[in-house]
Design a protein around this ligand. Structure first.
Ligand code: SF4
Ligand code: SF4
Length: 285
């Protein structure tokens, strides 16, 4: 079973829920667990899980290199590239490799075979473990915009013999879609405010298009208004956990200490959440 933790916007406590769920599940899981942090622009789950990182790999994409000696400046490559990563002006082919998505189209269609592909590094993958839990995350290079290929590379580390928890990046754009695609279930972490509701609605729409069932966790549930609860009721989306605003929770978070390691009550709550999620995919429990 692959469960993604996502949120329509940042700052909702998504990583807190993901980490505590994983640590509680790790003790109650028949199968060993794997934690994937696909929030490659800002990976921080490792600060709480504290895995021992045992290996790393560079990750990148194939980008075009033009052989000006073979090129006849026909402009076909620039016309093919929908990302505007190539431009042909007179007798020069300009490349804007930070825009290249590595699709290979320009090399494929070049009539003069003047394009070869070279590797452009976009980030690094790091793998390890914390007790029995295996762990992988990606770190996008500073200033790099091309996160989906790195997210896909992290997801290639998914071990299908394990239950998997993915901490996805916030939002509903390409990085979030790449992260949640092919998951069995998605937990959306939100807060009970008009902004939270707006972004939750967008995230639900994204998941419906991807045909992924979802449930909601409401953070700071004792603040704000009833809009999120009303929305979930109307849309038939289960609210699986409510998190109160609590100064002690915030203090533990700031110190990088998972809640379930400090509170038996919360450990029980996250264990119950995990068991609820297992019931949604009984064949894999
Ligand atoms: S398609 Fe090939 S030959 Fe034509 S401009 Fe591009 S690199 Fe040059
Ligand atoms: S590989 Fe694809 S995205 Fe990159 S420059 Fe060529 S056509 Fe554009």
């Amino acid at each position: 079973m692959i469960i993604a933790l996502a949120s329509g916007k940042g700052g909702t406590g998504k990583t807190t829920v993901a980490v505590n769920l994983a640590l509680a599940a790790g003790e109650n899981c028949k199968h060993d667990l794997q934690f994937i942090d696909s929030d490659v622009e800002e990976p921080n789950a490792h600060l709480f899980i504290k895995p021992e990182l045992t290996s790393s790999e560079t990750a990148g994409i194939p980008v075009p290199q033009i052989d000006q000696g073979k090129c006849n400046y026909c402009g076909k490559c620039a016309r093919i590239c929908v990302f505007n990563a190539l431009a042909v002006t007179g007798d020069t082919v300009l490349t804007f490799l930070e825009l290249c998505h590595g699709c290979g189209g320009c090399a494929y269609f070049c009539p003069e075979e003047a394009i070869t592909e070279i590797f452009r590094e976009i980030g690094v993958l790091e793998m390890g473990h914390s007790n029995k839990m295996s762990f992988a995350h990606g770190r996008l290079n500073p200033g790099e915009a091309m996160s989906p290929p790195l997210i896909n590379a992290v997801k290639e580390k998914i071990d299908n013999s394990r239950h998997v928890i993915i901490d996805a990046p916030p939002g509903t754009s390409c990085p979030a879609v790449s992260s949640v695609r092919n998951c069995d279930y998605c937990l959306l972490v939100t807060e009970p405010t008009p902004f939270g509701l707006n972004d939750l609605d967008l995230a639900v729409e994204m998941l419906r298009k991807l045909d992924i069932p979802c449930g909601v966790v409401i953070n700071r549930a004792d603040l704000g208004d009833s809009g999120v609860e009303d929305y979930c009721r109307k849309e038939g989306i289960p609210v699986l956990m409510r998190f109160p605003w609590d100064r002690e929770l915030a203090r533990l978070y700031a110190r990088g200490e998972p809640l379930v390691l400090h509170s038996q009550e919360w450990k029980n709550e996250f264990t119950r959440l995990w068991e609820t999620l297992l019931l949604k995919a009984p064949s894999t429990s």
